[in-house]
Design a protein around this ligand. Structure first.
Ligand code: PFF
Length: 455
């Protein structure tokens, strides 16, 4: 089912949904979502996140898939084909840059997940919550190991893109992703029965309305929604370009959104109950280490915890790999399509550049002072990357995609694509209203309010 060198097709709608869900489900769900919920004040963030997913992102996802399938091209080519002689190809170029920027920090976290397969399976990380926290700080504080692991992850991703083992990966993923979901359910059941879990559930499920006044919660929820769905940077567009006209776009988009959102919500049912079962736990203070410092606690409480822990981080690493593959694919396919490079040259050059860009994120967790706390910004390099790419570039990409589909290409033409071969397209009026009015207005308002809050 893998579309490889020549432009192929997914063998079925299920193949497309699985590949797109493989891209969507990753660190964003299990590492990013709980981290952002923790920093964004719990349930308030969750409510805003869900509103962003269903009112803003789902309609844009159908639009991205439609552009991809209509043109059969990667993003830069697709936007120029539908709006010839205009500058809309720049929107595709923004996606190419976002692919590079996101993979540069994503690979660092993925590297940590890989290392934790070993650490949890062997019991290297254990003891009191303080010991576990210290272990994480020491491990990530030694930036060289993080940098090495990040470059290893980028190398493996490049190898998969080049080596044609991609079909194999997809076959393995089909088996492992349901296994990850099952494991998450099992861990959630254990987590909610821990003593003290109730407080965590309340934090996760009971909105604190005072947080609605904080525009930062809206920007991070919106950014997280785009990031988690791999949306706003042409990745879903590229995958859509391999979709056959026999397969329904609306149903596929809803499947991807439902799968991705369920996995993220499930992760919250694990992290917060376990977190709050630890005395003195402060979800707002945990930062990128949240899952690495909280989950080992759960494994310590479970019979067979080493096994569960190792399996969890292994499946998380596989989920991350299917996402890094799709991230690298966007800039690589651009270099092949637009610059005429061979695939080998494109993979080598792009992966090399991303490896260099990954270094400051890897060294910014205690190893090197300036990267740990950037002068004048009060955040580390990794956080800066999350802010720039997730919270600005993806929503801007999504905003422009909504305008493009709603007003440049036109909803009527997009609807023709959505309904091709008589496929299911529920309430087209609602879709077009959301895309033409709600998406642009909501994203623009959030971005403008965030900008205003800076000054
Ligand atoms: N959606 C992925 C995750 O949640 O981990 C990250 C991602 C992959 C973002 C591909 C963007 C992308 F194009």
């Amino acid at each position: 089912m893998s579309p490889t060198s020549s432009r192929g097709m997914w063998s079925s709608r299920a193949g497309f949904i699985l590949a797109a869900a493989g891209s969507a489900v990753g660190l964003g769900n299990i590492w990013g979502f709980p981290t952002q919920v923790g920093q964004g004040g719990g349930a308030t963030f969750v409510v805003i996140y869900l509103a962003c997913i269903f009112l803003i992102c789902a309609p844009i996802m159908a639009g991205e898939i439609a552009i991809g399938r209509r043109t059969g091209l990667s993003p830069v080519g697709a936007f120029s084909a539908l709006a010839p002689g205009r500058r809309w190809w720049l929107l595709g170029a923004l996606g190419v840059l976002a692919g590079v920027g996101i993979l540069s920090f994503y690979s660092v976290i993925a590297g940590w997940a890989v290392a934790y397969v070993w650490f949890t399976a062997t019991g290297a990380v254990s003891g009191s919550p303080d010991d576990i926290g210290r272990f994480f700080a020491e491990f990530t504080g030694s930036g060289l190991i993080s940098a090495f692991l990040a470059i290893l992850v980028i190398g493996i991703t490049a190898g998969v893109l080049l080596g044609g083992v991609r079909a194999g990966i997809e076959r393995v993923t089909k088996l492992l992703m349901p296994l990850l979901a099952l494991l998450l359910v099992a861990l959630a059941v254990r987590a909610v029965t821990l003593p003290g879990a109730g407080e965590g559930l309340a934090y996760y499920l009971r909105p604190d309305l005072s947080r609605l006044a904080d525009v930062g919660v809206f920007t991070s929820a919106l950014g997280q929604a785009f990031f988690s769905l791999s949306l706003g940077m042409g990745c879903i567009l590229t995958y859509g370009s391999y979709l056959s006209r026999q397969d329904g776009i609306a149903a596929s988009a809803l499947w991807i959104v439902a799968l991705d959102t369920s996995i993220a919500l499930l992760a919250g049912f694990i992290i917060f109950p376990v977190g709050f079962s630890i005395a003195g736990f402060d979800p707002t203070a945990s930062g990128p280490g949240l899952i690495f410092t909280v989950l080992p606690r759960l494994f310590a409480e479970m019979p067979g915890g080493h096994l569960f822990g190792g399996a969890f981080f292994l499946l998380l690493s596989v989920a991350a790999l299917t996402s890094t593959i799709s991230l690298l694919e966007v800039p690589v396919s651009h270099c092949v399509d637009a610059l005429g490079w061979t695939r080998e040259k494109a993979v080598a050059a792009v992966a090399g550049a991303i490896s260099v860009l990954a270094i400051p994120s890897a060294l910014g967790n205690g190893a090197v002072g300036v990267f740990t706390s950037l002068p004048g910004l009060g955040m580390g390099f990794l956080d800066l990357m999350v802010t720039v790419w997730n919270e600005v570039a993806l929503p801007v990409g999504g905003l422009l995609t909504a305008i493009f589909v709603g007003r440049i290409w036109g909803v009527d033409r997009a609807l023709e694509e959505l309904r091709a071969e008589g496929r299911w397209m529920p309430v087209p009026e609602l879709w077009s209203f959301l895309l033409r009015w709600v998406c642009p207005a909501a994203i623009a308002m959030i971005l403008v309010a965030a900008l205003a809050a800076l000054f």
